[in-house]
Design a protein around this ligand. Structure first.
Ligand code: SF4
Length: 447
């Protein structure tokens, strides 16, 4: 198998690796995010053999393998193909990580997701759509997809159950709070309704996204299928790390990857432990996490092993508040040792990392780890460590220090936050109250 390399910003896949600062990167997504422990272990072993041994679960719950070369990427693709995994085709139709397992969900979204994938394949539209186009099918429950942005969203409407299941609300471009609502359709009409919207997107061109569609045209396309104007109730963004009770004494154990990344060798060991203690399978989860599913006692045993391997087992762990790209020395573009800084900060600055605000550590202004804005971003720029407040890595910085002074500068910010937080105030609220000027002065040690 030969590999055609992608331009940066495109959507990498096994046969379309993307150049990054630490070599080629591939991204893969098992159907419904599901992997049995043996498959996870084999993928991790392949990542170790063919790449630089670093793996990631992305903010959308896809698996990334890093540090491949022009020679090793095709070998990896061939060996992954030989594993016979069910991988999700493009455009991705994503379900919640506990779909079909969560007794609190409104509907198991997986059968509808399969019907949507089949309808997309029959339509022949896939090749004319934007490479990163995403469809979410959210059956609700404790780890629903409300916080995940998508081009087209379908969400089960509670209290609308019929013989064919609940109605599915359709919305365009955004997360549950920001997407444009179009109305609700019956389950059996959902595939045709989705294809009608995809036809509009294909007609708008190969880069068109859900947010670009004219709402009037989308309403006209959907009109033959609309059954109700109801909207799903508001839902909070889900935190996948922790324990989740399932039916019949089973549990899901959510494990976070520290700063979104893990050594492939660690995942090999985790998969071995999981097999040994009776874990039935894993689900990849949005929010850079893995869910292990099995009997409660198996989850308890794996939690102890995972903690010892350096994975995050508690939602309040300060590491969950830090997002860091590979940085130096892994990435040739990096001006900061992001992961070293992140580990140091997570150990020393819990007052800053209470989970209310994200700290983004980026080796350069590209901002691979987090395209969105963060409460604070520390960015390697022009040989310095630059501070961005409430912005993206590429936004103009408000302060800068020499790279060697970055740990002390972050420590000063953390100390300021620790001193100034009022009773019950979150770190995010405290940072907002302090304001950019005080944060910049503390960062640069200006008195
Ligand atoms: S953001 Fe990080 S991983 Fe991405 S190119 Fe820059 S240094 Fe490399």
């Amino acid at each position: 198998m030969s590999a055609a390399f992608l331009a940066r910003g495109a959507c990498p896949a096994l046969d379309r690796p993307m150049p990054t600062g630490d070599g080629l990167l591939v991204r893969l997504r098992p159907l419904d995010g599901a992997l049995v422990p043996a498959a996870l272990g084999r993928l991790a072993a392949l990542a170790d053999r063919h790449g630089n041994g670093m793996m990631e679960v992305t903010a959308r719950g896809s698996l990334q393998l890093r540090g491949l070369s022009a020679g090793s990427a095709p070998r990896l693709a061939a060996e992954v193909a030989a594993l016979g995994l069910d991988l999700a085709p493009a455009p991705t139709v994503e379900t919640a990580p506990l779909a079909g397992l969560d007794p609190t969900e409104t509907a198991d979204a997986r059968p509808l997701a399969a019907a949507l994938r089949a309808a997309i394949a029959r339509s022949g539209l896939a090749g004319g759509l934007a490479p990163k186009l995403a469809v979410t099918v959210d059956g609700g429950g404790r780890l629903g997809l409300a916080g995940l942005s998508a081009d087209i969203r379908l969400a089960a409407l509670p209290g609308t159950a019929a013989a064919s299941g609940p109605l599915w609300h359709v919305a365009l471009g955004g997360d549950a709070a920001t997407a444009r609502a179009l109305g609700a359709v019956r389950r059996n009409d959902a595939p045709a309704a989705l294809v009608a919207l995809l036809r509009l997107l294909a007609a708008a061109g190969p880069t068109a996204r859900g947010r670009d569609l004219d709402a009037g045209a989308a309403c006209v396309a959907l009109a033959p299928f609309l059954a109700a104007a109801d909207r799903p109730p508001a839902a909070a963004e889900a935190e996948p790390v922790g324990r989740f009770a399932l039916a019949a004494g089973r549990q899901a154990l959510g494990l976070g990857l520290a700063f979104g990344s893990v050594a492939a060798a660690t995942l090999v060991r985790l998969a071995e432990r999981a097999s040994g203690c009776g874990i039935e399978g894993f689900r990849l989860a949005p929010g850079r996490a893995l869910l292990a599913v099995g009997p409660a006692e198996a989850c308890t045993a794996l939690a102890a092993a995972a903690g010892a391997l350096g994975l995050v087992t508690a939602a309040g762990d300060p590491r969950r508040a830090v997002e860091a790209c590979p940085g130096a020395p892994a990435c040739a573009s990096a001006g900061l040792a992001t992961r070293d800084l992140a580990a140091r900060l997570a150990a020393q600055a819990p007052a800053l990392l209470d989970g209310s605000a994200v700290l983004h550590l980026s080796g350069c202004a590209k901002g691979c780890a987090r395209p969105a804005a963060a409460g604070l971003a520390l960015v390697g720029r022009n040989g310095a460590a630059a501070l961005v407040v409430a912005g993206r890595a590429g936004d103009p910085p408000v302060a800068a220090v020499p790279v060697a002074a970055a740990p002390d500068a972050l420590a000063r910010l953390a100390a300021l936050c620790g001193r100034e937080r009022r009773g019950g105030e979150s770190a995010a609220a405290c940072l907002a109250r302090l304001g950019t000027d005080r944060l910049a002065a503390a960062f640069e040690d200006r008195r």
